[in-house]
Design a protein around this ligand. Structure first.
Ligand code: SF4
Length: 238
C-alpha cells in the first residue's frame, strides 16, 4: 500500500529519538533492496556508507556522476570501494541533454542566472536521480538540520512525492557537524580530501569553493546566489 503523508509524520515521531544505526536498520528490515542510499561522498555520506555496510554489506548505494565532479571526489569513492567492497551504482546525465546544453549555452551557463543553474542541475542531477529512484520504496540521504537555512525543520522521515510518493529517510538529521567528524575519526572512515582545504560542503567543481573562517557551511555552494535559493533540485518539496 502506498504510504501517506500521515504515515511519514507518525514514523518520524517514532524514530526521532532513534540513533542513526537504528533508523538504517529499520529501513533495511522494511525495504531490503528497495531502499537506496544516495551518496555524493560528503562527510555525512561517508558516515552513512560506514554505518549501512555494518548492517548490510550489500546495501544499495548509488552515485550521481554529474560529469563535473572534483578529482578528490573520485578518489574518496575509490577508497570507499576498496575499504567496504562496494559496487556503487553510478548514474550519468542523459548524453543528448548535456550535448544540447553545451551547444546552446556553453560549459559555464550556470554562472549567468538562477534559471540556467537550475537547468544544469536539472540535467545533471535531477533527471538522473529520477532514474536512480525508479521502483524504490525509500531512499536515504545525509541531510542534516544544521546544514542550511532551508533544512532547519528537516524530519527523520518524510514523504517524497516528487519521486512517486516514497519515503525519504534522513538518519543524520539531528547530528551536529562535530558528531559527523567525531564518527569519521573514531571509525577511520575515508573522507574527501577537500574537507581539509576548507570545503565543508562539496558538490560540482565549478559550483563549489572553500569558505573563510566563520562563514556559513553552505557559503561555498553556488556562492553567487542567495542562501534561500541554494538547493539543487534533489531535495525540493512538492
Ligand atoms: S552544481 Fe553546478 S555544474 Fe553541478 S549540476 Fe548544478 S549547476 Fe551544473
Amino acid at each position: 500500500m502506498q504510504p501517506t503523508f500521515e504515515d511519514a509524520v507518525r514514523l518520524s515521531r517514532e524514530l526521532e529519538n532513534a540513533d542513526a544505526p537504528a533508523v538504517l536498520q529499520w529501513a533495511i528490515s522494511n525495504f531490503g533492496r528497495n531502499v537506496a542510499l544516495a551518496s555524493s561522498f560528503g562527510a555525512e555520506d561517508v558516515v552513512l556508507i560506514d554505518l549501512i555496510t555494518k548492517i548490510d554489506a550489500n546495501a544499495h548505494i548509488f552515485v550521481l556522476d554529474t560529469g563535473r565532479l572534483h578529482q578528490e571526489t573520485y578518489d574518496v569513492m575509490e577508497r570507499c570501494r576498496k575499504k567496504y567492497g562496494i559496487e556503487f551504482v553510478t548514474y550519468f546525465p542523459d548524453t543528448s541533454s548535456v550535448e544540447n546544453l553545451l551547444r546552446c549555452k556553453g560549459p559555464n551557463s550556470f554562472y549567468e542566472s538562477i534559471e540556467n543553474r537550475k537547468e544544469c542541475c536539472g540535467i545533471r542531477k535531477v533527471e538522473p536521480l529520477k532514474r536512480a529512484l525508479n521502483g524504490k520504496q525509500a531512499w536515504i540521504t545525509g541531510l542534516r538540520r544544521g546544514q542550511a537555512v532551508t533544512r532547519v525543520s528537516l524530519p527523520k522521515v518524510e514523504m517524497d512525492f516528487t519521486h512517486g510518493g516514497i519515503y525519504k529517510l534522513n538518519p543524520l538529521a539531528s547530528w551536529s557537524e562535530e558528531q559527523v567528524w567525531a564518527y569519521i575519526r573514531a571509525n577511520d572512515v575515508p573522507y574527501n580530501a577537500l574537507h581539509d582545504d576548507g570545503f565543508p560542503s562539496i558538490g560540482c567543481a565549478p559550483c563549489t569553493r572553500a569558505i573563510a573562517l566563520g562563514e556559513d557551511v553552505r557559503a561555498g555552494r553556488w556562492w553567487w546566489e542567495n542562501p534561500e535559493q541554494k538547493e539543487c533540485g534533489l531535495h525540493v518539496k512538492s
